[in-house]
Design a protein around this ligand. Structure first.
Ligand SMILES: Cc1ncc(C[n+]2csc(CCOP(=O)(O)OP(=O)(O)O)c2C)c(N)n1
Length: 535
C-alpha cells in the first residue's frame, strides 16, 4: 500500500472525469507518481500526453491547448524552481480567464525550511493569479473516506474559473502499489454547476453608437456581436479584422486623427473585451458621452474597471431606432483610408508582408498573432475576412511563450499559421524543442525578422541615447539557422512572390518562413509617412 501512488492515481482519475483531455509534463523525480499515473491514463486512451523539457514552454503549451479545446489542460512539474517557470503562463491564463491546471510536485510539508534539496515554499507561489491553490498530502495511514475527500477537493477546484494550482506533497517511496482499504473509484461527489451571469436585457439606445471590440472579445463569439450590431444599427470597430467581414476596415487608422474622430464622434460606445492595441481607438472611446463595458472579467479580474453601464455578458436589445446614414459615414471614410494606404502596401515592408500573409492564408485556417508590431499591422492594414479563427495572447501581451501557445493550438487544429517578431520567436525558442516521440502539428510560423524590437522605433523613445542597447536590442542571429538547429526546416524570403510561394506549399509538421526585413528605423518612418498622409 502506497499513499503517494494512490493520491496521484485518484487525482488523475478525477481530473479526467471532470473533463481534462490533455496533459503536458516536464521531467522530474518528485512528480513521478503523478506523471506515471497520467502516462497510464494515456496508455489506456483516456488522455493525450505531451512532454516538454522546459517548464515555461510546457505551461504555455498547456495554455494553447486550453484555448483551442476550451477544456482545461494540465501541466505538471517537479519541485523547486521548476514551479516558478509556470508563472508567466498562469498570469496570461488569469488575465484571459482561461482555465489551466498547474500541478507542482512537492516534498512533504515537514521538510520545508529545513534546507532539504529542491524544496521551497510552493504553497501560494502563484499569488492572486490563481483562484484556487490547494496543498494536498497523502496521510501515512490509510483512512476510509480519504478518496472521496480528494475527489471532492479536485472537483470543487475545477469548478472555479481561470487557472488553478494543485501542490501535491509526495512522500517517498514515490513508486508503489495501488491497493487501498477502499476502492479508488469510491465517492465521486456531485458537483454543483457554477451559475453563469445572465445577460441583462436593455431597452434601446441612441442611434449614433459604436461597438468597439478588443482582440480577444472576452470570448464572445463574433456571430453574436454581429447580430447585436445589426439590431443596434451600429458599426463594429474591431482590433481583430480577421474573424468577421462585417467590421469596418482599418478601424484604428479611421479614428487615427482628431478631425476624423470628431466627424465620427459617437454618442454612445459599447466596448466588448479590452482595447489594448492602439491609442487611437482608446482616444475615440473617450469621446463617447456614454460607455457600456461588456466583459465577464469585470466580475473577478478587472474589478476596478469603470463604465456608465457594465455587463458581464452580451446584453440583449428589445427595440432600437436605426439611422442608416450613420454606418454609411464609417464605410465611406474607410474606403477613403483604404485607397490612401494601398499605395504604401505594394513593396516589401513589414505591413505589406503581414497583410499579404493574412490575405493569402487558406480558408478556414487558424492564425496566431504575436504581440508587438504584427498584431498592430493586422489591426491597421488587413482587409477583413470572416473565415479565419484567430488567437493571440492578449491577457498580458507578453512576448514570452508564443511558440508554445501556438503549438498547443495547432495540435488541436488541422492547419495553423503564426506571425511573430524575431524577439518573441527567440524568447520562446524552446517551444520548438520537441522530442522524437512528440506529435508535431501542421504549423507554419512566419517570423518578421528585423533584428530586434521594431515596436520601440515607433515610440517616443526612438533615438534616445543608448536606444539600441536599451530598446532595440539587436541579437545578430540568423533566425533560420536557429530554427534549423532545433530540427525545424526554415527558409528566408525577401520578396512577396517568394513569400506567396512558401505560404502555398502544403507541408506536414512545423516549418518556419523568415521574412528578412529592412532596418527597423525605415519601418517606423514608413508607418509615420502613412499616418501623416491620412491627416
Ligand atoms: C515577456 C515580455 N518581455 C518584454 C516585453 C516588452 N516588449 C514588448 S514588444 C517587445 C519587442 C518585441 O520584438 P519582436 O518580437 O521582434 O517584434 P517587433 O517589435 O519587431 O514587431 C518587447 C521586448 C513583453 N511584452 N513581454
Amino acid at each position: 500500500m502506497n499513499p503517494t501512488s494512490v493520491l496521484a492515481e485518484v487525482i488523475v482519475d478525477q481530473l479526467i472525469l471532470d473533463g481534462v483531455k490533455e496533459v503536458v509534463i516536464a521531467p522530474g523525480s518528485r512528480n513521478a507518481p503523478i506523471t506515471m499515473a497520467f502516462f497510464r491514463a494515456y496508455q489506456a486512451g483516456r488522455v493525450k500526453f505531451h512532454t516538454r523539457i522546459d517548464e515555461r514552454s510546457a505551461a504555455f503549451l498547456a495554455l494553447g491547448i486550453s484555448k483551442a479545446t476550451k477544456s482545461p489542460a494540465v501541466v505538471i512539474c517537479t519541485s523547486g524552481s521548476a514551479a516558478a517557470n509556470f508563472h508567466p503562463a498562469i498570469l496570461e491564463a488569469h488575465h484571459s480567464a482561461i482555465k489551466l491546471i498547474a500541478i507542482t510536485a512537492d516534498r512533504p510539508a515537514r521538510l520545508r525550511r529545513t534546507g532539504a534539496n529542491q524544496t521551497t515554499n510552493q504553497v501560494g507561489i502563484f499569488g492572486a493569479a490563481v483562484n484556487v491553490s490547494l496543498d494536498i498530502f497523502a496521510p501515512t495511514k490509510p483512512e476510509v473516506g480519504q478518496i472521496a475527500k480528494w475527489r471532492g477537493e479536485i472537483s470543487a477546484a475545477l469548478n472555479e474559473s481561470g487557472p488553478i494550482h494543485l501542490n501535491l506533497q509526495f512522500e517517498e517511496p514515490l513508486i508503489g502499489e495501488l491497493e487501498w482499504i477502499e476502492p479508488l473509484s469510491v465517492g465521486i461527489p456531485e458537483v454543483t454547476e457554477k451559475m453563469e451571469p445572465l445577460p441583462r436585457p436593455i431597452g434601446s439606445y441612441e442611434t449614433h453608437g459604436v461597438i468597439l471590440v478588443g482582440h480577444d472579445r472576452a470570448e464572445i463569439s463574433m456571430a453574436e456581436i454581429e447580430l447585436l450590431a445589426e439590431k443596434l444599427g451600429w458599426p463594429i470597430l474591431s482590433e481583430d479584422p480577421l474573424s468577421s467581414s462585417k467590421v469596418i476596415p482599418h478601424a484604428s487608422l479611421l479614428v487615427g486623427n482628431s478631425e476624423r474622430r470628431q466627424l465620427l464622434k459617437p454618442k454612445i460606445a459599447m466596448v466588448i473585451g479590452r482595447l489594448t492595441l492602439s491609442r487611437s481607438l482608446n482616444s475615440y472611446l473617450e469621446l463617447a458621452d456614454f460607455k457600456i463595458i461588456v466583459d465577464s472579467r469585470i466580475g473577478e479580474i478587472d474589478t476596478a474597471r469603470s463604465g456608465d453601464e457594465i455587463h458581464l455578458a452580451l446584453p440583449e436589445v428589445d427595440q432600437q431606432k436605426i439611422d442608416s446614414e450613420w454606418i454609411k459615414l464609417f464605410n465611406e471614410s474607410s474606403v477613403e483610408i483604404h485607397s490612401k494606404i494601398s499605395n504604401y502596401l505594394k513593396s516589401w515592408s513589414e505591413p505589406t508582408v503581414v497583410n499579404e500573409f493574412v490575405s493569402q492564408l487558406p480558408k478556414n485556417s487558424t492564425l496566431f498573432v504575436a504581440s508587438s508590431r504584427p498584431i498592430r499591422d493586422i489591426e491597421s492594414f488587413a482587409t477583413p475576412r470572416a473565415d479565419l479563427e484567430t488567437f493571440a495572447n492578449r491577457g498580458l501581451a507578453g512576448i514570452d511563450g508564443n511558440i508554445s501557445t501556438v503549438i498547443g493550438i495547432a495540435l488541436n487544429r488541422r492547419k495553423t499559421f503564426a506571425v511573430i517578431g524575431d524577439l518573441a520567436f527567440l524568447h520562446d525558442i524552446n517551444g520548438l524543442l520537441l522530442g522524437p516521440e512528440e506529435v508535431q502539428p501542421d504549423l507554419i510560423i512566419l517570423v518578421i525578422s528585423n533584428d530586434g524590437g521594431g515596436i520601440f522605433s515607433t515610440l517616443p523613445q526612438n533615438g534616445v541615447v543608448g536606444f539600441e542597447r536599451i530598446f532595440g536590442t539587436p541579437h545578430g542571429r540568423s533566425i533560420a539557422k536557429v530554427a534549423e538547429s532545433y530540427g525545424i526546416p526554415a527558409i528566408e524570403v525577401r520578396t512577396l512572390e517568394a513569400l506567396g510561394a512558401q505560404i502555398a506549399r502544403d507541408t506536414k509538421g512545423i516549418r518556419v518562413i523568415v521574412a528578412l526585413m529592412p532596418d527597423r528605423e525605415s519601418n517606423a518612418k514608413l508607418l509615420k509617412q502613412i499616418s501623416t498622409n491620412l491627416d
